[in-house]
Design a protein around this ligand. Structure first.
Ligand SMILES: NC(=O)C1=CN([C@@H]2O[C@H](COP(=O)(O)OP(=O)(O)OC[C@H]3O[C@@H](n4cnc5c(N)ncnc54)[C@H](OP(=O)(O)O)[C@@H]3O)[C@@H](O)[C@H]2O)C=CC1
Ligand SMILES: O=C([O-])CC(=O)C(=O)O
Length: 274
């Protein structure tokens, strides 16, 4: 029997930002997902949002007001706006589901805020894979976790790390490694491109011990992430090749689907996977 057929409770979901990820999440909720109701959205352009979500009557609220009418608030905003929605949502004791997960590394006090107010931060796997195994091995001894990301150059364009280091990825004829180091530095150097690395680090051994390589690769047309893990309980490697979203080549199409799966696991009486 499928998990989705067995929701026992109803949660109202707010979606902050209706871009590549948030637009797809909201559309899916509006189309019907058992146990989940689209309660409110945040947008900059209400007329555009009404056209993109026919049948949704609103309300359209500011990102910092969604918590007033929603049990869970999904953040799908540009990374700079992360805190404006995270803080009030957690202070209200709601569930905060971030996509700009890298921002958690710079706003770590939010974890204590959640605890103090009975809120929860639930980060979906997003555009990555395998967090069940990563979380499991982290209960034992982990020797190393390494992630290698390859994106078409357009999917990395404008990242602060590239700008700061004057790394030119226009007109590349061959793959160029543009970053090698810790996830802590890498996730913040690529805030709109490597939230997956931050999430991986938080599922496992943390942002200082999780190592990251980033390649601008003109030979790939998918956002490709490979993870290698060495632990006392297991050794594994995994690769995901994500189809870029139509509206934003930085963002894998699977991201919105991962949010829906994470939302379903909040309301279903059966949850499969750790
Ligand atoms: N964790 C993961 O696995 C992944 C995380 N991400 C991250 O998720 C986040 C969202 O990604 P994505 O959907 O691709 O981004 P987009 O840029 O496509 O969408 C962001 C949306 O936020 C809207 N927005 C901007 N300012 C406001 C505001 N003040 N109020 C309401 N809405 C606003 C924008 O509106 P407008 O159209 O008017 O500009 C846009 O629609 C990003 O931080 C991205 O890096 C992405 C992929 C994977
Ligand atoms: O979609 C992807 O490949 C990952 C991504 O953009 C992110 O983690 O921010």
């Amino acid at each position: 029997m499928r998990e989705r057929a067995m929701a026992v409770r109803m949660m109202t979901v707010g979606v902050a930002g209706l871009g590549a990820a948030g637009g797809a999440v909201a559309a899916r909720l509006l189309a019907g997902a058992e146990g989940l109701r689209l309660g409110a959205v945040s947008v900059r352009d209400e007329a555009r949002a009404r056209a993109a979500l026919p049948g949704f009557e609103g309300p359209f609220l500011a990102p910092d007001a969604l918590h007033a009418v929603c049990d869970v608030v999904v953040e799908c905003l540009p990374p700079a706006l992360f805190r404006t929605v995270a803080e009030p949502t957690l202070k209200a004791g709601r569930i905060f589901m971030p996509l700009s997960v890298g921002q958690l590394l710079a706003h770590w006090d939010l974890v204590a805020l959640a605890e103090a107010h009975g809120g929860r931060i639930v980060a979906p796997t997003g555009a990555l894979l395998g967090f069940d195994a990563v979380r499991a091995v982290a209960e034992g001894e982990v020797r190393s976790v390494t992630m290698v990301t390859r994106k078409p150059p357009a999917g990395l364009a404008g990242a602060p790390w590239l700008v700061r280091n004057a790394i030119d990825i226009d007109n590349l004829a061959a793959p160029l490694r543009v970053y090698q180091g810790s996830v802590r530095e890498g996730a913040l150097g690529f805030p709109a491109n490597l939230n997956v690395a931050a999430a991986l680090s938080l599922a496992g051994v943390g942002p200082d011990r999780t190592l990251l390589e980033v390649w601008a690769d003109p030979t790939v047309d998918r956002n490709t992430h490979s993870i290698s893990v060495e632990a006392d309980s297991a050794r594994f490697s995994m690769t995901i090749e994500n189809v870029p979203s139509p509206g934003n080549p930085r963002t894998g199409r699977i991201t919105a689907l991962s949010v829906i799966a994470a939302l379903r696991s909040l309301v279903s009486p059966l949850r499969v996977g750790s």
